[in-house]
Design a protein around this ligand. Structure first.
Ligand code: PLP
Length: 409
């Protein structure tokens, strides 16, 4: 409860919200300024141009005072009309929620999935793998009349710890000669995993503040392409608050048509400063290195990593499958109670069967070692048979792979 104050700091090791760096917390606490005044325009322009760099785009980025779910809705209602067919791909819980939203908005989503169940874990195979671009290409070739108006995929599926190859999806759409828009949810990928809106030919990228950008929850993003902007001029879904036109127009001068989330924009400006000063390649490499250390731990425990394809394991989080009969949520509760460590719950089809370790944002080797120690102690207390010490394996990994940007580099 809120009146319970354990000593030391809480370990927020879920895959977002991620821990907020002190520098951002201080920025959040600055006095709120006039969002129509002269100082604000400089802030507005700075964060918009910084976000273009993070998305890898020359085209407009829209910032909403909303959680990621709002930016999902914005992507759909700005570009599509009621009754439009949309090809979506089941990679996990978040892909499923976006599909459910499309249906509620009066669109007609078709939900592709890799068929089958994993014999070893009992989990659906589509929840252990990334998007199969060939399946998308095949489906689009069977749509010569171009009824399908958009392809929607999740870049980093936060419920499974699996990434998808977005360039391959674009290549499959192009190879099929199909004009569908490509929309990508990179809510938990952006600013942690390599992402290139323009280069990968994405029409709408969707992201949020509370993951790689290290902000609290509360703002979210759409990055647009010229083709998406053109589609928005004719799309028939009702839209007002989410409509890009007035926002993009006013953003040219650094302002918004409504009251933006000023204090979160202060924090965003700090975050962009941190990320862009280090350089995004260093940020991506750091996350890959942490992920490899965490995977070394899970492998040493002898537990299955939910991502079955090593080439696409998420740099942001690792899904750990618990042995049959071990309730992953009971284990999480025990670890929280004993060690003040929060781990991600299993969502949707994998509830109770797995937990998620977040390794994103404001972490370092030692905070991750502490988190892994908490998990290992919890696994032992829960009586889960372990093949070996994951903590030792991760220590060996981190010691043997010095961080290129680390203290002793
Ligand atoms: N998509 C993905 C991949 C997510 O990880 C999340 C949240 O965790 C969402 C969508 C929904 O975003 P929000 O909870 O900010 O509305």
């Amino acid at each position: 409860t809120l009146d319970h104050h354990p000593s030391g700091r809480h370990f927020l090791q879920i895959p977002g919200p991620s821990p907020v760096p002190d520098r951002l917390l201080r920025a959040l606490s600055l006095p709120t300024i006039d969002h129509r005044g002269p100082e604000f325009a400089a802030l507005g322009k700075r964060v918009l141009s910084g976000m273009q760099q993070v998305f890898g785009t020359q085209h407009p980025v829209v910032i909403y005072p909303a959680s990621g779910t709002g930016a999902w809705e914005a992507a759909l209602v700005n570009t599509l009309s009621p009754g439009d067919a949309v090809l979506m791909y089941e990679t996990g819980h978040f892909a499923s929620l976006w599909q459910k939203m499309a249906r509620r908005l009066g669109l007609v989503p078709e939900f592709l999935a890799r068929p089958g169940t994993c014999a070893a874990t009992g989990l659906p195979l589509s929840w252990r793998h990334g998007v199969d671009a060939a399946l998308i290409g095949e489906r689009l070739r069977a749509d010569p009349g171009h009824r399908i108006k958009a392809v929607c995929v999740v870049h980093n599926e936060t419920s499974t710890g699996v990434t998808s190859d977005i360039a391959a999806v674009r290549a499959a759409i192009d190879a099929a000669g199909h004009p569908a828009l490509l929309m990508v949810d990179t809510i938990s990928g952006l600013a942690s995993a390599d992402y290139r809106h323009d280069e990968w030919g994405v029409d709408v990228s969707v992201s949020g503040s509370q993951k790689g950008l290290m902000l609290p929850p509360g703002i979210s993003f759409n990055a647009l392409s010229p083709k998406a902007l053109e589609a928005s001029r004719h799309a028939g879904c009702a839209k007002a608050f989410w409509a890009w036109d007035e926002i993009v127009e006013m953003n040219r001068t650094g302002y918004w048509p409504y009251t933006p989330n000023t204090n979160l924009l202060y924090a965003l400006s700090e975050s962009l400063d941190l990320l862009l000063t280090q350089g995004l390649p260093a940020v991506f490499a750091r996350h890959q290195r942490w992920a490899a250390g965490v995977r070394a731990a899970v492998q040493a425990w002898g537990l299955p990593i939910q991502c079955a394809d090593p080439a696409v394991c998420s740099p942001v989080l690792t899904g750990v499958v618990t042995p049959a009969g071990v309730d992953a949520d009971a284990l999480r509760a025990l670890i929280h109670r004993r060690f003040d460590l929060s781990l991600g719950t299993g969502l949707g089809k994998v509830k109770g069967r797995m937990f998620r370790i977040g390794h994103l944002g404001d972490c370092n080797d030692l905070t991750l070692m502490a988190a892994l120690s908490g998990v290992e102690m919890g696994l032992r207390l829960a009586g889960v048979p372990l093949a070996g010490s994951g903590v030792q394996a991760a220590m060996d990994h981190f010691a043997g792979h010095p961080a290129p940007d680390g203290p002793a580099a």
